[in-house]
Design a protein around this ligand. Structure first.
Ligand SMILES: Nc1ncnc2c1ncn2[C@@H]1O[C@H](COP(=O)(O)OP(=O)(O)OP(=O)(O)OP(=O)(O)OC[C@H]2O[C@@H](n3cnc4c(N)ncnc43)[C@H](O)[C@@H]2O)[C@@H](O)[C@H]1O
Length: 137
């Protein structure tokens, strides 16, 4: 059995009206929407990979909260399984989202309700729900 491990972040910001918005990205490869993420490199842990991947994919250096940890697990093939570890990260005002064109087709800030339309793959809304509840607690 082959195991893959990626890491990424739910990046959020608060609008002037108090509403929370979350950054989602669309994959060039499969057109699915999710959170910025990518594979752990050799000798890298999930926290380091999440910071690196967020910067590489969307050009942001948000403030990470590693106390929030949520994982999704899914099968890529009959013999290949993947775990993705997500942390929480707060957008730092003044920074601009610059998506890496090779991997990201589009990016969007969305509210929790709007995200439901995009995050259709297993576990992604669960991660977002946990993130929202954690931020608001
Ligand atoms: N160390 C390493 N080991 C192996 N390969 C490496 C590697 N480093 C780089 N690569 C390769 O480099 C490319 C980009 O890697 P990265 O950019 O580093 O990694 P990623 O976002 O985690 O992967 P990717 O976009 O491939 O997959 P995802 O799980 O979203 O999507 C894959 C499939 O899963 C589905 N999927 C995604 N999320 C799902 C979910 N929550 N539930 C069910 N299915 C889901 C998608 O629809 C899609 O069909 C990939 O081609 C990768 O294979």
């Amino acid at each position: 059995m082959i195991m893959e491990h990626s890491a990424g972040a739910v990046i959020y910001k608060k609008r002037a009206d108090g509403q929370l918005e979350y950054l989602i990205v669309q994959s060039v490869i499969n057109h699915n929407w999710g959170f910025p993420k990518g594979h752990l490199e050799a000798s890298e842990d999930a926290q380091e990979a999440a910071k690196r991947e967020v910067f590489e994919e969307v050009g942001l250096k948000p403030k990470f909260d590693f106390n929030f940890v949520r994982k999704t697990h899914y099968a890529l093939t009959d013999t290949k399984f993947k775990t993705v570890t997500f942390f929480l990260a707060k957008y730092v005002p003044g920074q601009e989202v610059v998506a890496q064109k090779e991997e990201i087709l589009a990016d969007k800030w969305v509210t929790f309700d709007a995200a439901k339309e995009y995050l259709t793959e297993y576990g992604k809304m669960g991660v977002l729900t946990a993130a929202r509840d954690y931020i608001e607690k």
